[in-house]
Design a protein around this ligand. Sequence first.
Ligand code: AN7
Length: 348
Amino acid sequence: MKTLLERYKEYLPITDKTPIISLREGNTPLIPLVNFNKKTGLRAYVKYEGANPTGSFKDRGMVMAVAKALEDGSRAIICASTGNTSAAAAAYAARTNIKALVLIPEGKIALGKLSQAIIYGAKVIQIKGNFDQCLNRVREISEKYPVTLVNSLNPYRLQGQKTAAFEIVDELGETPDYHFLPVGNAGNITAYWMGYTEYFENNICKKLPKMMGFQADGSAPIVYNKVFENPETIATAIRIGNPASWEKAVKARDKSKGVIESLTDEEILNAQKYLASTEGIFCEPASAASFGGLLKKYNEDLIEKDSLVVCTLTGNGLKDPNVIVSRINPPEAIDNNLEKILVEANFI
Ligand code: AN7
């Protein structure tokens, strides 16, 4: 099996000198939503990016960015992160024997992601501030010190991330009518649009999808067209008030005749629960914003029957178990007594 960088080499900035590194990222499952489709008459799929080696789509961009950093002789990478970027940066740095330095906003990253950055051996610096402030700091540091910035301002990140769009077209044999995504720093929606557009221009697909981006309502700068100084949402991955790829995302939205809208935290959590309990698919809260967006647009009667729809589930649900157990109490222990268990199970 070819690695991601090998498979899409001709579409990626790969030269003879680029090291083909890999943790076997990409090639993630495209899962049909059988129960939802039966109910709605749609042909909807989720692209399950939680199956990547560090549990999120960030691995696609990070493998490309780290390969190019190595090619350029860099021995250290730096990023700001709401969690997933730091996990991916830390893993690929460990894999390639370089240093990773990550700046994270205090108290606002999910425990699974923090554990990853620590165990992969990154230097983790927690800042009294939010993601946007962390990002400004790492930009400043990378301009003055010999360390490569691997946030999505690094163009190689989006190059790697666009491969998800290629995989979807390769597997479906056509372009979806609608592509739903969560929007945080707005890099991923930009990358997918780039991927679809490149395939279209190379005649590999015959049309382009409408790009449907969803932010969290407390953290929705693109929707309200203003910077959010104090973004808030339970979906901490997309708690971003001043996205780096803001204009590019607006361009993708407008060129594709799509939308960028917002969902309340409650709508996001309901979508997460719905996917898990009706389809057996567990994603993290931010990721559920894509499917939440589909639910919203379907309920507004805006998605025609039989439409081919893909929702990207950007990260694995296991990244952030606290969101679940802080809202739904796990069951209390009872005595190991058959009758009591049968009563509890409603069998008698
Ligand atoms: C699960 O890790 O920005 O719109 O620092 O982790 O491309 O930013 C994460 C973003 C969606 C938003 N879903 O993607 C970070 C970070 C998940 C994410 C997004 C993120 P972009």
